[in-house]
Structure formats: structure tokens, C-alpha cells
Design a protein around this ligand. Structure first.
Ligand SMILES: [Zn+2]
Length: 487
């Protein structure tokens, strides 16, 4: 037992602590001084003199949630309050997913899916170090752990990204990747399903991913095919991980399109089998619709498509794509052409697959929210409360301790976020207080930006950032670097 201090800055008392490791909750008090948890124990309120106190009676005290999959690279700069995330209890986000990171790339129009983060005016960082310095000069309310995007590396080094890279281009990408890893990036992501990166052969990815191995980086991938070819894509992902000697994370695992429904049985069995010899994990969001750029190929097989943003027709944001096409009396191709660049929500998944993936051992929760969409997918505002409320409390998919574990302890371990993801003495004080009986996602496909219910307080690095249903104004967020991880 560590010795209990006699004083602390903040004492959270009378709550039920779910510590993020998966073990059963316990009625404990948590003492915080500076950015650290300095004691966790029984009746600390009788032993410690606290500068301020929070009565957590009837509430769960848990590690702040870690969003395993985000596109918040620009949001942390343009909306430092990070309300869509903090309001859900999120205290750290993994950025730079799907091959799209805000650095290293500057000065030109970004290819998809980088255009989901913004147009050329937002791409100002020729190196990852410059991006990180900009974030640290104007920090957000929560922490971020950046990945560097493969598509960004390609866009920065190739005159035409719609082809395989040459040896010379790959060498330039390696230099930029090394720089990003030295700056502290936790790994690299790919978006192999998207038009530019789909041209990258497996070997190109293996060469780059091999740079991660020596530095303990991770490889996260939006796989080449999430439809009928998904098993081949899982095998390619495992091959990349094995040949490059890196842990892999399969991003937003799903079976997209009716013909692929049910394939999660095989993908998950393959992943479970591979775990005997390599590190492989996945993240998932709790919805049966996906969201990304509007592309002709991805409309095929969707039960329904909603337009989330359109540069040329902003008045149509939130409308049904088929309704727009019918009104215009044109083909799908022409309607896409007229709306582009644009984003969409695609209803293409099956609830059974979703629940099977959510239940999979150590499946991490990641929102994949798109913070700059005018009419976003509700996952941006609702992911974490939806897992805790709908899937855990209402459907009983897993115990609350397990749900929290997949949002905290597992994610910190997989991404190497030392000192985060658990409530323990000596750990960093990222903490959420929520009501297990009330927590509910309020955002849906018709009102996608409604704030969730049941989150009472959110603390980042020991500072209260969310209280009484609003941002406190505090911006204690940090960049969580791989090599200078705090412990
Ligand atoms: Zn993706």
C-alpha cells in the first residue's frame, strides 16, 4: 500500500469506482493533486484534507474515455472546447486515422479522405512537429495521441497519388514518417479503401510499416475492402503486421453491404486465431450506418444514403440522396458530380454483425466522428453514451465494467498511452463521473448534434473541463507522445 497523503487538491468521494481494468466496481474515494491521482481508497474523506470536493453519490467514477478512432486533427485547433467529445466523457482521442492526418502536408488541395478534415487552407503543416507545436501553443480541452496518415505521406511526396509510389517516393515517405515518429506520433494509419491509397500495393505499406517496428509504433488501418472481400483484407492486414513486425488495429470493423452480412463470424475467428502469434486489435462504433466522403461506388448496396455536407449545395445538407437525385431527374453519377466534394451517411450494416463485433474480446470503442460535417453522423456526439446506455444497460451486451474497460484500459494498453486508462494511485487524473441509470445518447440521424445525458463531470490532467452540462473553459489537453509517455 502506498501511503495516503494528508492533503489533496480535489477529492471525489462517495462514488462507485470502475477502474478501467475490467474488475467489479468498488465504493471508493479518489484523491487528485496536480495532474495525478494520489490516492484511491475507502473513506479518504476522513483522512485527507481536500481543497475542493465532489460528491459522487450514486455516480460511477471511471477513467476518462479514450476515443480509439477519430478525425479530430483539425478540431483540436478549430474547436478547442471539443464539446462533442468531452460531453460524452472522452478525455483523450487518437487522431490521424484512415490515412488522413493534418500533417505532414501543406499548400495544395488534399485528396480523399483528407478533405474530410478541411480544404487546402487547413493544410499548413509540412512536418508533424510543426502541427504538434501549433496544438501545444493553443491546447484543447482534451488529450490527443496522433497517428500519421499514409495518404498524407503520399500526398506530400507524390505528384499524382492515384498510382503506386516509386522507390524514390517511398524513400521520401520514409523520411517524413521517421520525422513524425521522432516528433512523438504513436504510429501510422492507412485508408486503403479510398481512391488514392487503394493504388498502394501491400509491399508499399509493409516498407513503411517496418519503420514503426523499431520505435514501438502501431499500424491502424481502414482496410482495402469492408464488403464481400473483407476476409482478404483481414489477411492482408495480418500479413502487413507480421512482415513489418508491428501491432495492428483494424479500424471501425464492420461488414458493409448486404452480401457481406454475417462475415464477421469469419473475420473475428481469423483475428482471434491470429492473436496467438501477433498483436491484433480492432475498434468499432455502435451504429449500422457508416459515414465518409460521397462516392459513386459506395452508394451501391446502401439501403439509404444521407448527405452530410456538400460544398456546392450546402442547402441540401441532411437530405436523402435518392430524393435529391429524383428531384434533379439525373443519374446517380451526375448527382454525385453535382454535389461533390461532399460527404454522406451510408446505411449498409447489419445489427447482428455490429453486436457480434462489439462483444468481441477487447474490441475498443472508437467514434470515427466527423467534426466538420454540417449534418454529421450521430456517432460524433453519441458513441460512448450509446454503448453504455443502449448496448450495456438496455440490451445487456456486457457488464458496465466491461464496457468501460473497452473505452479505457484496453485502449490505453493497445495504443501505449502510459499512465492513462485506469483509476490508480500514481496514474494521470483523466476521470469521468456519470450516472449509470441515466446515461443515454440523444443524438440520432435526424438530430445528430444533441448532447448526451448522464455525464456529470469530466476531468483532464486533474482539471475540470466539463461540469453542469457545459465546458468550464479549461484547456489542459496534451499531446500523448509515444516515446515521452508519462508515467
Ligand atoms: Zn475509415
Amino acid at each position: 500500500m502506498s501511503t495516503v497523503p494528508t492533503t489533496c487538491d480535489l477529492l471525489i468521494h462517495s462514488g462507485d469506482v470502475i477502474d478501467g481494468t475490467g474488475v467489479a466496481r468498488a465504493h471508493l474515494d479518489v484523491a487528485v493533486t496536480g495532474d495525478r491521482i494520489v490516492a484511491v481508497g475507502d473513506h479518504l474523506d476522513l483522512r485527507i484534507d481536500a481543497t475542493s470536493k465532489i460528491d459522487a453519490s450514486g455516480l460511477i467514477v471511471a477513467p476518462g474515455f479514450i476515443d480509439a478512432h477519430t478525425h479530430d486533427d483539425r478540431a483540436v485547433l478549430s474547436g478547442p472546447d471539443m464539446t462533442p467529445k468531452v460531453s460524452q466523457g472522452v478525455t483523450s482521442v487518437v487522431t490521424g486515422n484512415c490515412g488522413a492526418s493534418l500533417a505532414p502536408f501543406a499548400g495544395r488541395e488534399p485528396p480523399p479522405p483528407m478533405n474530410l478534415l478541411g480544404d487546402a487552407s487547413w493544410y499548413r503543416f509540412p512536418t508533424m512537429r510543426e502541427y504538434m507545436e501549433a496544438v501545444e501553443a493553443s491546447p484543447p480541452a482534451l488529450n490527443l495521441a496522433p497517428l500519421v496518415g499514409h495518404t498524407a505521406l503520399r500526398a506530400a511526396t507524390m505528384d499524382d497519388v492515384y498510382r503506386a509510389a516509386t522507390a524514390a517516393e517511398i524513400a521520401r515517405m520514409e523520411t517524413l514518417l521517421d520525422e513524425a515518429l521522432e516528433a512523438g506520433c504513436i504510429g501510422m494509419s492507412t485508408g486503403l479503401a479510398y481512391p488514392p491509397a487503394v493504388e498502394a500495393p501491400t509491399d508499399e505499406v509493409v516498407t513503411l510499416a517496418s519503420r514503426l517496428g523499431a520505435r514501438g509504433g502501431i499500424y491502424a488501418t481502414h482496410m482495402r475492402d469492408e464488403g464481400t472481400g473483407i476476409l482478404d483484407s483481414v489477411r492482408e492486414t495480418l500479413e502487413i503486421g507480421e512482415r513489418a513486425g508491428v501491432p495492428v488495429v483494424i479500424s471501425h470493423h464492420k461488414c458493409s453491404g448486404r452480401e457481406s452480412w454475417g462475415l464477421s463470424r469469419e473475420t473475428l475467428a481469423t483475428i482471434a486465431h491470429a492473436r496467438a502469434k501477433q498483436s491484433v486489435n480492432l475498434d468499432v462504433y455502435p451504429y449500422v450506418a457508416s459515414s465518409t466522403v460521397l462516392l459513386v461506388d459506395w452508394i451501391a448496396g446502401a439501403e439509404r444514403v444521407l448527405v452530410t455536407w456538400s460544398a456546392s449545395h450546402p442547402e441540401l445538407n441532411g437530405r436523402d440522396f435518392e430524393g435529391i437525385r429524383a428531384e434533379w431527374g439525373c443519374s446517380v453519377e451526375e448527382a454525385v458530380e453535382r454535389l461533390s466534394p461532399a460527404g454522406a451517411i451510408y446505411f449498409k450494416m447489419d445489427e447482428e454483425d455490429l453486436q457480434r463485433i462489439l462483444r468481441f474480446q477487447d474490441a475498443m470503442i472508437g467514434s470515427d466522428g466527423l467534426p466538420h460535417d454540417t449534418f454529421p453522423h450521430p456517432r460524433l456526439w453519441g458513441t460512448f453514451p450509446r454503448v453504455l446506455g443502449h448496448y450495456c444497460r438496455e440490451l445487456g451486451l456486457f457488464p458496465l465494467e466491461e464496457a468501460v474497460h473497452r473505452m479505457t484500459g484496453v485502449t490505453a494498453r493497445v495504443f501505449g498511452l502510459t499512465g492513462r486508462g485506469t483509476i490508480r494511485t500514481g496514474g494521470l487524473a483523466d476521470i469521468v463521473l456519470f450516472d449509470p441509470d441515466r446515461i443515454t445518447d440523444e443524438a440520432d440521424f435526424s438530430a445528430p448534434t444533441r448532447q448526451a445525458r448522464g455525464i456529470y463531470q469530466v476531468i483532464v490532467n486533474g482539471k475540470q473541463v466539463w461540469r453542469g452540462g457545459e465546458w468550464t473553459g479549461a484547456r489542459p489537453g496534451r499531446i500523448l507522445r509515444r516515446e515521452q509517455a508519462e508515467d
